[in-house]
Design a protein around this ligand. Structure first.
Ligand SMILES: [Zn+2]
Length: 313
């Protein structure tokens, strides 16, 4: 198995982007001169890497180039009202389908926790007050009180399918913007599956990705525990989490990459399209002028309403 993977890889050229650090594998006939992630022309050929990590799974492209272009064009046109006008008018360029490397992380988290759990109950209490004639009277009212009890226990949860980018060309927030992928379509990787496409090999180390995923997992456990607390309220929640059975697999995800150039003096905006679901994601450049105008209009409306209100009195 390993031997034929290596044999089929000989055909690939390895190139590297000096601007964003992405490491791409390309077939000789489709050598690219421009980085698909950052649209920079600073692409260099580099010697093949030894011990390249082999992808375990991949998901094939479902979204065609035509559909991806349509989705991005609509997305850019319909971007927020506060987007720079030049951005909304810009034509997305540089369409490349790329197999993006990312790690898929799974684990089991066992936590011990203790907390104070609050149970609410109502009580009727009597109080004295003065009535409208100035007499002191005794009345009753219902008040909500909280009884606290200690709770200590064990909580087991499964951390399923945390996706962490392994590419320096695509950040985790950028990848999250086009997630989720339907992981039921995962197939065991064979080099044939990516033939004819651009593929990237990890430019972030597995260790770095592992640390990130582990951190995400522990954070997720904290959220789960908070949701799990019984009673009406809780306080002093403390927990210790032990993560075990961690697995991390390299997956190639199908991504269409676009660059939107709206200002000669600024780097192009990266927009990604999920090659499986068609979901579009990217960071829209906001126009400070438009935001200021909107704020001024809102302030003017408030002022007008206030003036009308005062005139009516
Ligand atoms: Zn680049």
């Amino acid at each position: 198995m390993a031997a034929d993977v290596i044999a089929e890889k000989v055909d690939y050229k390895e190139i590297s982007c000096q601007s964003c650090g992405a490491n791409l594998l390309v077939e000789p006939q489709m050598l690219t001169a421009i980085c698909p992630y950052c649209a920079s022309p600073s692409i260099i050929q580099r010697p093949p890497t030894e011990n390249r990590p082999t992808p375990v799974f991949t998901i094939g492209f479902v979204v065609t180039e035509k559909r991806a272009v349509e989705a991005v064009t609509n997305w850019v046109r319909r971007s927020s009202l506060f987007a720079k006008a030049a951005f909304r008018k810009a034509v997305p360029e540089l369409t490349r389908g790329v197999y993006l490397p990312a790690y898929l992380y799974n684990a089991v988290a066992e936590s011990t926790y203790d907390a104070d759990i609050g149970e609410n109950y109502t009580e009727t209490e009597t109080y004295t007050t003065t009535d409208k004639d100035g007499n002191t009277v005794t009345r009753t009212r219902t008040v909500v009180k909280t009884e606290w009890r200690k709770l200590r226990g064990r909580h087991v949860s499964y951390i399923l399918d945390v996706v962490v980018t392994a590419s320096k060309g695509v950040s985790n927030p950028a990848l999250e913007a086009v997630e989720p992928f339907d992981l039921r379509a995962l197939r065991r990787f064979t080099p044939k599956m990516i033939a004819g496409w651009l593929a990237e090999e990890p430019s972030r180390t597995q260790d770095e990705c592992f640390q990130f995923a582990h951190g995400e997992a522990v954070e997720e456990v904290g959220k789960k525990l908070k949701g799990f607390m019984p009673g009406d309220s809780y306080r002093n929640l403390q927990y210790q989490t032990n993560v075990s059975q961690e697995s991390i697999d390299l997956v190639l995800f199908p991504i269409w990459t676009f660059a939107v150039r709206y200002d000669e003096s600024k780097p192009p905006v990266q927009i990604l399209v999920n090659g499986q679901t068609g979901r579009v994601g990217g960071k829209v450049p906001i126009s400070p002028v438009k935001v200021t105008i909107a704020v001024v209009i809102v302030l003017l409306i408030i002022l007008a309403v206030a003036l009308l209100f005062m005139a009516g009195r």
